[in-house]
Design a protein around this ligand. Structure first.
Ligand code: KG4
Ligand code: ZN
Length: 402
């Protein structure tokens, strides 16, 4: 049975009419079976429908649509917030229609709605939140605001619905690098995080130094496949192997901002010695491969430190599962390194399919389903008093917001 930490407030089932999609989940009544989720926290508009019965059978959402804004922002080398809000507005209606069509459903078939409440860009969040809440209000359905990082964290459960805590979560995205201990769903303890650049940011900035455009994570990883990962010895930031003594909490924290400077300096130095284009491409590939394996090794060391610490405590259940999500979880080298780590530690490893690693509506619809059917609603199911969006919102505060 699901246990959501600090679930206390009674859900208020005053919505009318209630959709007639009742089923039971482990002998409990499921009130909201078909959830439409909307993601709009940054530069991807995602609309998806999570249908519990369909998901149990096929291990995926009943339908999923996504509009990426990368071409809109690429010319600026990063996300332009005002353009992001406008783009969400432009595409939401089209994606909603397409999503319903793909699922062969009507809007009135939807039991409840979910949207990304935070963290993210305020204008982008407001666009998705207003749109979703208006839809829910017009149909008299519940609407729940979801924490974007909880969406990422629990996204492996879409494909593996039997996963249960305790587990360790690794979130590696463009804005976050987090190691999270999960003893119960909804109760999240951040063990380690980046003190400066997130790992995705390090990929993007290093790719920019190598002239690979934005967002650079994927092109850098493609280039790295042609390179030699031992060509350059970049330092592994904030690991004991970097030759420095670390404070106890920094054994689990990350720092990636120095790495892009190393990449930049290395590339500029190498360019001084060659004018040959083919040679330059070789150098770039070698730098990309060396950077990528440095990142993977650093993350490997940090997870090992965390597991050693967590599993050495008395009176705590041992961590035997590792869930990985966020855009950088799509990285092949990182996935291979995490596979090795899991074998060494006899861990069950769960990494979602690449389309579930980057931002998507599926994870929002899924966590909406979890929260609504577990009577924990992040404080704003049809509650007009609750703030609609929270651009800054810690994952640790999620259960306490009412
Ligand atoms: O989770 P996400 O889609 O958005 C945020 O919430 O940030 O993550 C986007 C990040 C970007 O920094 C992007 O460059 C990186 O994920 N990324 C990758 C790969 N695919 C996306 N980084 C490394 N290797 C990849 N294959
Ligand atoms: Zn994200």
């Amino acid at each position: 049975m699901f246990f959501y930490g600090s679930a206390s407030k009674k859900h208020n089932p005053k919505y009318s009419p209630l959709p007639l999609h009742f089923t039971t989940f482990k002998s409990r009544l499921i009130l909201y079976n078909i959830i439409l989720g909307i993601e709009s926290s940054c530069d991807e508009t995602g609309v998806a429908i999570y249908d519990r019965q369909y998901a149990i059978k096929y291990r995926k959402c009943r339908s999923s649509t996504l509009q990426s804004q990368t071409t809109t922002h690429a010319q600026y080398g990063g996300v332009v917030p005002e353009l992001a809000s406008r783009d969400h507005l432009l595409h939401l209606q089209k994606l909603l229609k397409l999503c319903l069509k793909k699922a062969s459903l009507k809007l009135t078939d939807i039991s409840a709605f979910a949207y990304t409440r935070g963290p993210g860009l305020v204008g982008a969040l407001l666009t998705g939140a207003s749109y979703t809440r208006a839809l829910a209000y017009s149909l008299g359905r519940p609407c729940v605001g979801i924490h974007h990082m909880e969406g990422h964290l629990l996204s492996p459960m879409i494909e593996n619905p039997t996963i249960r805590p305790p587990f360790l979560g690794l979130l590696v995205s463009g804005g976050h690098t987090l190691l999270i201990e999960v003893q119960a769903l909804g109760r999240y303890h951040i063990i380690g995080q980046s003190l400066d650049d997130a790992v995705g940011e390090a990929f993007d900035k290093s790719a920019k130094c190598l002239g690979l455009g934005y967002p650079g994570g994927y092109p850098l990883s493609q280039l790295a496949q042609q390179g030699n990962n031992k060509a350059y010895a970049f330092s592994r930031p904030m690991t004991t192997k970097a030759g420095k003594a670390l404070s106890p909490q920094n054994r689990f924290n990350f720092s990636f901002s120095g790495l892009k400077t190393e990449v930049k300096n290395c590339y500029q130095k190498e360019l001084l010695t060659t004018k040959n284009d083919l040679e330059k491409e070789k150098i770039k590939a070698n730098i990309a491969a060396s950077f990528e394996s440095t990142v993977a090794e650093t993350i490997h060391i940090k997870i090992q430190n965390t597991l050693n610490f967590l599993n050495r405590r008395d009176n705590h259940p041992k961590i035997r599962r590792l869930l990985v999500a966020g855009g950088v979880a799509a990285n092949r080298t990182l996935r291979l390194s995490l596979n090795r780590l899991s074998e060494q530690n006899k861990l069950e490893l769960y990494i979602p399919a690449p389309h579930l690693c980057t931002d998507n509506g599926d994870m929002i619809a899924y966590v909406g389903w979890l929260r609504l059917n577990n009577k924990l609603d992040a404080g704003n199911t049809m509650n007009t008093q609750a703030s609609t969006v929270l651009p800054r919102w810690s994952l640790e505060d999620i259960g306490t917001l009412r």
